[in-house]
Design a protein around this ligand. Structure first.
Ligand code: SF4
Length: 692
């Protein structure tokens, strides 16, 4: 007897539908042909999901101070210690660090507990590391964090420009859709802007190996070309855009030579962009993970707004998110500077609406600490009680050694995770066993605003519990019985959907109010839907009517100037380190590392270096090299490749201190952040390389 469940892949922001079949105690997976994101496709990671379900290493019981205990004891300890800390040091002495892999229902309860009841905005998410700059850019330009288009736009475009995105490895099914579209329409052109020549560059008609951090200069130059070549849509700008003149003036003062690109390539890029109406500009971590990340996003948006190439089929800017529910976290207010449903913490009207709806005893009126600052506050003792949920900051945050020291020194640390042996879990005072993919049930939103269900098809192992349930239990133990009296995730979603209707009343874009009376059966049967989902609207593109979410209803173009990365190479640290994903691993490998076939692609941490740089350093292929920065050290296998620019190296971000080699690459990355978005600069760290 077999049973097949429709669920969603837990890895990247493409959000592919998965059919999980349980037969004779064995699970198999394949792509869901009915899901709009993947239409039956899966990549290597998604295809190997069934191989990651073994219980080896799973945390099966709560642990307090290294001893297994009951849930009652563990949650009483959590509630008591948080209550005592707030009473003694105030609400801002606690923090919750969550994850773009939580489900929306988990995220909603976490945000409500912290911002409405514990009384602090010190809740931030590891999505801060992946797309906070896109959020900031969208809000500055559109007045809301709105992704205008959808995946079909990528297939319908005549020109696709990929900026700082190795789509082939990081969003493989979206890449497959693009490759299929190009094969069907050979006239479709692709331009790839990336310091590295990647697997994505192989599909491109033109690869621009731009200097790290120079994207603003390139898109400012494009804006000037749009103006000079008469491609500004003056009627659109007059009706729907503020700030054109100031943006153009700032752009005109720039110098495109900082991109390091040959003039002929720059001209080919601007000619193609200006001359093609149906253009989609896709951007990802090469844009976002930068101290100028928000400005890079706005430099791209400026060009689309100046030409009116937004809100129509086959055109527009498109941010691809890293994690499966990064978008859901943005929507639900999982960032320290946002409220639920795209409302703003610093807007008194929005605060009043949310506070009244939640019947919340208190609510902060200013943004909390963003991820990097949160762990600085843990380190200097301002944060005295920390809860880390579904993420591994000892590996993934910049200056990871300092983060580790900070957590070691924190008075009280709670970690909720599926695994008890992650680098962060090892430092916990209280370990709470969490359910994972295949066991959890709830919703996620992918990069094109499509809400899908994750469904359980396996029982929770041991005593593992769902994160929303544990958060609600702590809320009840702290005295807020009625506010956290949820029995099912469907109840949580209905409440969230009702709140979104009030947000829409404030002119917010995020509206799923039609789901507020979803029955439990409808929740079970929910099929993927793009938001908005309201009485008036169902899916579709945003901005087709030229209306934006700013007070004036017009979009904003911004005056922008090139800024170099925060740290330039020095004599002591002469190389620029770029970090990123590889095709077959996910984040810190706690799940993907369980599938042997996924380790066949790249089996150990490596540093990719140009042949002439390798020769200068006396490095041969497969040597071991020590890579050091002012912040840390890693030992990596040498991969010599002419796909790198000279003076720049690449290393993957996945390996942890628990692996035999020492590949904890974020130990080397400086904790420099974008002043607008708070996103760290993970793509340009000066390092030294020495043969071991
Ligand atoms: Fe999963 Fe992303 Fe691969 Fe789709 S593309 S199967 S969502 S990892």
């Amino acid at each position: 007897m077999s049973k097949t469940i429709k669920t969603t892949c837990p890895y990247c922001g493409v959000g592919c539908g998965v059919l999980a079949t349980l037969k004779d105690g064995q699970v198999s997976v394949k792509g869901d042909p009915d899901h709009p994101a993947n239409k039956g496709r899966l990549c290597s990671k998604g295809s190997a999901l069934a191989e990651t379900l073994a219980l080896d290493g799973r945390l099966l019981k709560p642990v307090v101070h290294s001893a297994e205990t009951t849930w009652d004891n563990a949650l009483d300890e959590v509630a008591t210690r948080f209550k005592q800390t707030i009473a003694k040091h105030g609400p801002d002495s606690i923090a919750l660090y969550v994850s773009g892999q939580l489900l929306t229902e988990d995220y909603y309860v976490a945000n409500k507990l912290m911002k409405g009841f514990m009384g602090t905005a010190n809740i931030d998410t590891n999505s801060r590391l992946c797309m906070a700059s896109s959020v900031a850019g969208h809000k500055r330009a559109f007045g809301a964090d709105t992704v205008p288009g959808n995946y079909e736009d990528l297939e319908q475009a005549d020109l696709l420009v990929l900026v700082g995105s190795n789509l082939a490895w990081c969003h493989p099914v979206l890449y497959q859709r693009v490759a299929a579209a190009k094969a069907a329409r050979p006239n479709m052109r692709i331009i790839n802007i990336d310091p590295r020549h990647t697997a994505t560059s192989d599909l491109a008609d033109l690869h621009l190996a731009v200097a790290p951090g120079s994207d603003v200069a390139l898109f400012n130059h494009l804006l000037c070309a749009i103006h000079e070549q008469g491609a500004v849509d003056s009627a659109y700008v007059a009706a729907h855009v503020n700030g054109f003149d100031a943006a153009l003036e700032a752009a005109s003062s720039g110098d495109v030579s900082v991109t390091g690109l040959p003039r002929a390539d720059i001209d080919a890029f601007t000619r193609a962009w200006v001359g093609t109406e149906k253009v989609v500009t896709i951007y990802s971590q090469g844009v976002n993970q930068s101290t100028a990340g928000a400005d890079k996003v706005n430099a791209i948006l400026n060009c689309h707004l100046a030409t009116g190439r937004i809100g129509r089929a086959g055109m527009g800017p498109f941010s691809v998110t890293g994690q499966p529910n990064a978008m859901g976290g943005r929507e639900v207010g999982g960032l320290a500077n946002m409220l639920a449903c795209h409302m703003d913490l610093e807007n008194a009207g929005h605060r009043a609406t949310v506070r009244e709806f939640w019947q919340a005893p208190q609510m902060p009126d200013a943004a909390g600490l963003k991820a990097v600052d949160m762990f600085r506050a843990v380190g200097d003792g301002r944060i005295k009680a920390l809860w880390v949920m579904c993420t591994n900051p000892v590996v993934s945050l910049p200056e990871a050694d300092r983060v580790k020291e900070a957590i070691e020194g924190c008075d009280f640390v709670v970690v909720s995770d599926m695994y008890g042996d992650t680098d962060t879990a090892k430092l916990a005072d209280v370990l709470l066993p969490a359910t994972g993919w295949g066991e959890k049930t709830g919703t996620v939103t992918n990069s094109e605003r499509c809400i899908s269900r994750q469904r359980s098809f396996l029982p929770a192992p041991g005593e593992a519990r769902h994160d929303w349930d544990v958060l609600a239990d702590v809320g009840r133990r702290m005295g807020w019985q009625a506010a956290f009296d949820y029995e099912t995730p469907a109840e949580v979603l209905r409440e969230y959907a009702a709140l979104s209707g009030l947000a829409a009343g404030h002119g917010r874009d995020f509206d799923i109010s039609a789901l507020s009376d979803l029955s439990n059966e409808d929740y079970d049967d929910f099929t993927p839907q793009h938001w908005p989902i309201s009485a008036d609207r169902n899916g579709g593109r945003f901005f087709a009517d030229g209306q934006f979410y700013t007070p004036s209803g017009k979009a904003n173009m911004l005056p922008l100037h090139h800024r170099s990365p925060a740290n330039a190479p020095t004599a002591a640290h002469p190389f620029v380190l770029n970090t990123g994903r590889i095709r077959d691993q996910w984040h810190t490998m706690s799940r993907s590392g369980l599938a042997p076939r996924l380790s066949q692609h790249m089996g150990e941490p490596y540093v990719e270096i140009h042949p002439r740089d390798a020769e200068d350093l006396g490095l041969k292929a497969a040597d071991l090299a020590e890579v050091t920065s002012p912040h840390g050290r890693a030992v990596l296998r040498v991969l010599i490749s002419d796909k790198m620019r000279r003076g720049e190296v690449f290393a993957p971000m996945h390996w942890t201190g628990t692996h035999a080699s020492d590949g904890r690459i974020d130990a080397l990355v400086a904790a420099e952040v974008d002043p607008v978005s708070g996103q760290p600069e993970s793509k340009a760290s000066p390092v030294k390389i020495t043969k071991l």
